[in-house]
Design a protein around this ligand. Structure first.
Ligand code: ATP
Length: 557
């Protein structure tokens, strides 16, 4: 297959924001793609060459992309920068220069998907000395034989800014329509299978084979699975209505979600964003080997930080460093130790236990965990049908400094990736939203060169809509919390466009933002503005699909 087929598809997809139309465009393409016998090429639809959970990145900045354009099309960086300043999009810049080059050469070779996929995979794997030059050479090889449209989307791909909007739901719609048009029940089956596998190549391959191959997609320790999500309640009466009584009530620990997998001697740790954080938590790996019985399992846990001197639990902010930091791990293990609170199990002794009722899964947890204070324990729980007892447990949770409680439906299965009301959260109300940073502005004076105020956005379907500009909450020094330096380092590689003092960034960095109230406002694309917004925490554990939705804002306005 020629890469041009992909480029034309990207173009067609970018012409509509409608979910149905996008799916319709994808259906014939998927039917054609499967004939290639290379299901992994489906990753390219989202600008990747790896499954979604794999954090592998191209490591290409706008600066390097400019160099690639120069080398491939024989232009100077001044020409590229000048063009970029007028059109504002490096994709279109590459398209223009590719066009000019195309007019001046007589022969051109076709670019195959095999070649693109192969070179892009190599770009991701290259590390160490001279990495940039080798990446540049691999990309230049592709760009030299790229047509203008191909060049446009290749640049956007390597900058992780494809902008064609193929969200999970759209790809699932398209797979269902392409391979199971006569069976409407398959759309949900595909989604459940995807939430187990988190790998569209695997799902695509199974979809081509048929229904039973989809049914056979199973949990595998070592491959991340989406966590079951909670719905919110404002009272126990509401929570009891959602779950039915009796319910299990547990402490809501204030740390971060971790799925802990074990297969033989191997332990794997994943965040709720499906990021593999095993190497950041050698202490957790050790505790699991020592304190949990069983050769293979997947546990659902909340990992909480504590101060080793005072033995007081620390807020999420402190241990978020443990997720981010990839060096000095032993020092962090010592300075910021964590305790594992296990509250569920998905897989045990070579078998999925997703369909067992929650009480039965909890029995397994009780049986296999050997608790040790400050290392690992089973979450505190009561089972009750009495609101009074539940209230007392809630009060106790708040007294000991927990965030609130989780109320769980005792006979419910585990539904990966879903917010189905089997798990309900109840906590004192706080006005905050998780939002994603889509733009920023450079500071002045002693904060010159640092990005110090941030445009934050919520979601609406596939789109990100701005809700305000935040310039408070960050600290001058790293020891005091998230600093301007750290945030600048996170955002700079994501810059897509610079306009004077302002930058546009790829939506990736999720932050919790508190505010005083919400007002209607024409200043932002959402139509709303947060008043007195303040960043409280950077959420490296959360993905952009987990941020607040426009409907959440409308509800609070
Ligand atoms: P917030 O953004 O308000 O801090 P959140 O969005 O991370 O919270 P919520 O949806 O409010 O999470 O609550 C669900 C989360 O609570 C789970 O994802 C899990 O990380 C955490 N949690 C803590 N204790 C428990 C428990 N006993 N059972 C289930 N989840 C728990």
């Amino acid at each position: 297959m020629d890469y041009l087929r992909f480029a034309e598809l990207y173009h067609a997809l970018s012409q509509t924001t409608k979910r149905i139309e996008k799916a319709q465009i994808l259906v014939p393409f998927l039917q054609e793609l499967h004939k290639s016998g290379r299901p992994e090429w489906i990753y390219l639809l989202r600008g990747k060459v790896l499954p979604d959970y794999d954090p592998g990145e191209f490591g290409i900045s706008t600066q390097i992309a400019i160099k690639v354009v120069c080398v491939s099309f024989g232009v100077t960086s001044a020409q590229v920068v000048q063009k970029l300043n007028t059109v504002g999009d490096i994709g279109e810049v590459a398209e223009t220069f590719a066009q000019k080059k195309q007019q001046s050469v007589l022969f051109s070779t076709k670019l195959s998907v095999r070649k693109v996929f192969g070179n892009l995979s190599k770009v991701i794997s290259i590390e160490g000395n001279g990495a940039i030059d080798r990446k540049l050479a691999l990309l230049a090889e592709l760009f030299t034989s790229a047509s203008p449209l191909e060049a446009k989307y290749l640049v956007r791909t390597v900058l992780s800014d494809l902008r064609v909007g193929v969200a999970d739901a759209i790809l699932l719609d398209a797979l269902a329509e392409a391979f199971f048009a006569d069976d409407p029940s398959m759309r949900m089956k595909l989604e459940e299978a995807y939430d187990l596998a988190n790998d569209f190549a695997l799902l695509f391959d199974a979809a081509v084979e048929g229904k039973s191959a989809i049914d056979h997609i199973a949990l595998v320790p070592g491959r991340p699975v989406k966590a079951m999500l909670a719905v919110k309640a404002d009272s126990f009466a509401e929570a009891f209505r959602i779950c039915g009584t009796p319910v299990a009530v547990e402490y809501k620990y204030d740390g971060f979600r971790m799925h802990i997998h074990k297969k033989g001697e191997k332990v794997f740790l994943f965040t709720r964003k499906l990021e593999n954080v095993t190497s950041q938590f050698p202490d957790v790996v050790q505790a699991i080997r020592k304190h949990v019985r069983g050769d293979s399992f997947i546990l659902d846990c909340e990992v909480v930080g504590f101060n080793p001197q005072t033995k007081k639990y620390t807020p999420f902010e402190a241990i978020s460093q443990r997720i981010k930091r990839k060096y000095d791990i032993n020092k962090l293990v010592h300075d910021l130790p964590v305790e594992i609170n296990v509250f569920d199990v998905l897989f045990f002794q070579d078998k999925s236990v997703l369909d067992l009722p929650f009480v039965e899964r909890r029995k397994i947890v009780d049986k296999i965990i050997r608790s040790e204070p400050w290392k690992i324990r089973v979450s505190s729980q009561i089972i009750t049908e009495n609101e009074h007892d539940a209230e007392a447990f809630y009060k106790k949770a708040l007294e000991v400094g927990e965030e609130g409680v989780m109320i769980k439906k005792i006979d419910a299965p585990y539904k990966q990736g879903r917010r189905v009301g089997y798990m309900v959260k109840l906590k004192p109300s706080a006005a905050d939203f998780d939002l994603v940073i889509v733009g920023a502005e450079y500071g002045t004076g002693k904060r010159g060169g640092l990005l110090t105020s941030y445009i934050v956005a919520c979601r609406s379907g596939d789109q990100f809509l701005e809700v305000g500009k935040v310039s408070s909450g960050l600290k001058e020094k790293e020891e005091e919390g998230m600093s301007y330096d750290e945030m600048t380092a996170l955002l700079k590689p994501l810059i897509i466009e610079e306009k004077g003092n302002e930058v546009v960034v790829t939506p990736k960095v999720v932050v919790s933002v508190t505010y005083q109230n919400i007002q209607r406002s024409p200043s932002y694309t959402s139509g709303y503005a947060l008043r007195f917004p303040r960043i409280t925490i950077y959420r490296p554990d959360k993905g952009i699909d987990e941020i607040a939705d426009l409907a959440d804002l409308e509800e609070k306005a």
